[in-house]
Design a protein around this ligand. Structure first.
Ligand SMILES: [Zn+2]
Length: 265
């Protein structure tokens, strides 16, 4: 993103998403399984991904539904964030499948902007770690209501509510920091106790499940092939499997180190 901004080239969301996935798989080939679907209409805004987290025995599962939005350099806005009723659609689609709806923001800004990026509860403040940031869709929906619509998609308006995406694995609640908890437990704990800490009580947090849904089972059975899916808004899925081996590089998720996003500040 920094390189793109320096040459005044606006990248597409899909480019950053693909780069991130490739990097993740290069570093963690045994623990990351991905599949893309064919049915998403080309050029359609708002294609989602499902991220599923499981333990090494694959008998504990927790998932999120993620929509990526890239910062438009010229305006410092996530231009498509307020497109029609996209946030409601994301929330409904996630709830239907027992998933948490999230946005993943690809951002970059000059350090002189001095945005208040101090949300990570584990590591010292590093603005570059916000290149890939997450925020729940419920907060975005609330922002749209409380802030003027024109202002609710600016970087400045969301920055204090977003977390580096690595916080999914580094910023669990104090009650669940123990390594005894599985990756899905820790992800759920972060979502529930950190990400949604200021949300209203009526948000239903999906339960950890013992089995993944059918389309994920199919991916596990058949490997990385392309598979058909009935959901026209689902671009693909990422399955992240926790490694048992403490000495292997595969444990990075336990240590809270997702790869540095290519969109570093
Ligand atoms: Zn963190």
């Amino acid at each position: 993103m920094e390189k793109a901004r320096s040459v005044s080239h606006q990248p597409l969301e899909e480019t950053i998403t693909d780069n991130n996935i490739i990097e993740l798989k290069l570093r963690q080939s045994h623990e990351v399984i991905t599949t893309t679907y064919n049915k998403v209409q080309e050029g359609k805004t708002g294609a989602d991904w499902q991220w599923w987290f499981t333990n090494s025995k694959k008998n504990i599962w927790f998932g999120v539904r993620v929509q990526a939005k890239i910062l438009k350099f010229k305006t410092d806005r996530f231009e498509a964030l307020n497109y029609k009723n996209q946030t409601d659609v994301l929330i409904k689609s996630a709830q239907k499948d027992g998933l948490i709806p999230l946005y993943c923001f690809y951002s970059q800004w000059p350090l002189s902007k001095n945005y208040p990026t101090k949300n990570c509860l584990t590591f010292p403040n590093a603005p570059e770690s916000y290149g890939c940031s997450i925020i729940d869709a419920y907060t975005i929906k609330k922002n749209k209501k409380t802030k003027k619509t024109k202002k609710s998609n600016t970087l400045a308006s969301v920055i204090s509510d977003v977390f580096p995406w690595s916080c999914l694995v580094c910023c669990q609640s104090t009650t669940s920091r123990s390594n005894a908890n599985s990756l899905p437990d820790r992800i759920k704990s972060f979502v529930q106790n950190v990400l949604l800490r200021n949300s209203s009580d009526d948000i239903l947090i999906p339960k950890i499940t013992k089995e993944p849904p059918r389309h994920i089972k199919s991916i596990l059975d058949k490997g990385n092939e392309n598979h058909e899916n009935d959901d026209p808004n689902l671009a693909g899925v990422i399955v992240i499997i926790e490694s048992d081996d403490q000495n292997k590089g595969g444990i990075i998720l336990k240590q809270g180190k997702l790869p540095s996003p290519p969109s570093s500040v």
